[in-house]
Design a protein around this ligand. Structure first.
Ligand SMILES: NC(=O)c1ccc[n+]([C@@H]2O[C@H](COP(=O)([O-])OP(=O)(O)OC[C@H]3O[C@@H](n4cnc5c(N)ncnc54)[C@H](OP(=O)(O)O)[C@@H]3O)[C@@H](O)[C@H]2O)c1
Length: 313
């Protein structure tokens, strides 16, 4: 698989989002490990996790433990959220919590240094700069190699870059055909050369919303292109995301080996957006005409395609 830059290193252009392997509805351990190994066999070298990817309150780090000891893959984890066990997600991005959480992640991943440590979500009760300060200290202590931010806006990205410089290498925000509100962040990351990791890129938490029944199921632009090409709509969606900017690295979730195998092949559609990346069938590539929360998506050659309200949401 082709690679894209995550700070100083190259990782596969499609990563694996490991969350479905540990939260509600998760597969048994055997299938979880088979999914991870299918990803590695398909050339995936980036896996996204978090200490809060677990189900019951007494199993913090369930997801990280599944990934411990893997070789040849960059594990990106996060701190700053919790799961009390009632299905909800809490936020604590205080410096004390982040430092404690990082120690826990180091232990569970069985590493001396975490390749990419992401602030899971800014905490409204904590000044953003204080959370960044904790990440800077962890970096200075050699516990984390690079810093990522998640669920941030453009002002926060710029502030983090101002304070922490190029140690900030990634932004992870929700972005999919259904949720396009982070277009400004995606564009800013492209300008700054920061990797943009769209979360829930297929619009699903436990199941891709391109795979119905859902509001997206049916005759979307993605389904039409997929039919023309004889591939899954999920693969078309991921290839479309790759085409938006050379710094986009989608992290589709999977709880089955078949899902990540299929997703990893999205690169082969050849709709990359960097120099020498666009090698495939450009004729079928859907073009996003911009706009948040329902920007137009059209086929080259068509006057207008999905309008985001009926066909692509
Ligand atoms: N930073 C944050 O706040 C945040 C929030 C949410 C998620 N995330 C990250 O983003 C990752 C991805 O998001 P997500 O898991 O919520 O949703 P997603 O990637 O939009 O959808 C995942 C679901 O889509 C299905 N799927 C994946 N590839 C497929 C394919 N090629 N064909 C058919 N179905 C396919 C999978 O089904 P199967 O389960 O059947 O394999 C999976 O359950 C997470 O795993 C997590 O790492 C981060």
């Amino acid at each position: 698989m082709r690679t894209r830059k995550l700070g100083e290193v190259e990782v596969s252009a499609i990563g694996l989002g490991a969350m479905p392997l540990s939260i509600e509805g998760r597969p048994d351990r055997e299938r979880a490990l088979a999914t991870i190994h299918a990803a590695l066999d398909a050339g995936v070298t980036l896996i996204d996790t978090a200490d809060s990817y677990h189900w019951h309150p007494d199993e913090v780090g369930h997801n990280e433990e599944l990934l411990a000891g893997l070789k040849g893959v960059l594990i990106a984890t996060k701190g700053g959220r919790g799961r009390p066990g009632d299905g909800s997600w809490t936020v604590d991005a205080s410096p004390e919590h982040l430092k404690r959480a990082c120690e826990g992640s180091l232990r569970r991943l069985r590493v001396d240094v975490i390749d990419l440590y992401q602030l899971h979500k800014p905490d409204p009760a904590v000044p953003f700069e204080d959370s960044l300060g904790a990440l800077a200290e962890l970096h200075a202590e050699g516990k984390i190699r690079a810093i990522g931010l998640s669920n941030v806006d453009t002002a926060q990205i710029l502030r983090a870059r101002e304070l922490l410089g190029p140690t900030v290498v990634s932004v992870q925000n929700e972005f999919s055909p259904r949720v396009r509100t982070s277009e400004p962040e995606l564009r800013l990351c492209a300008e700054l050369g920061i990797a943009f990791l769209p979360w829930s890129p297929l619009g699903g938490i436990s199941r891709s919303s391109l795979d119905g029944p859902s509001e997206l199921a049916g005759d979307t632009e993605f389904h039409r292109v997929a039919r023309d090409l004889g591939v899954s709509p999920q693969r078309v969606c991921l290839a479309w995301l790759l085409s938006l900017s050379p710094t986009v690295i989608p992290i589709p979730g999977a709880s089955r080996p078949e899902s990540i195998r299929d997703s990893a092949a999205a690169w082969e559609l050849g709709w990359g957006s960097g120099p020498d990346e666009t090698i495939g069938d450009q004729e079928h590539r859907p073009v996003w005409t911009g706009g948040s929360g329902g920007g137009g998506l059209r086929h080259p050659g068509e006057a207008r395609g999905g309008d985001g309200n009926g066909q692509t949401r």
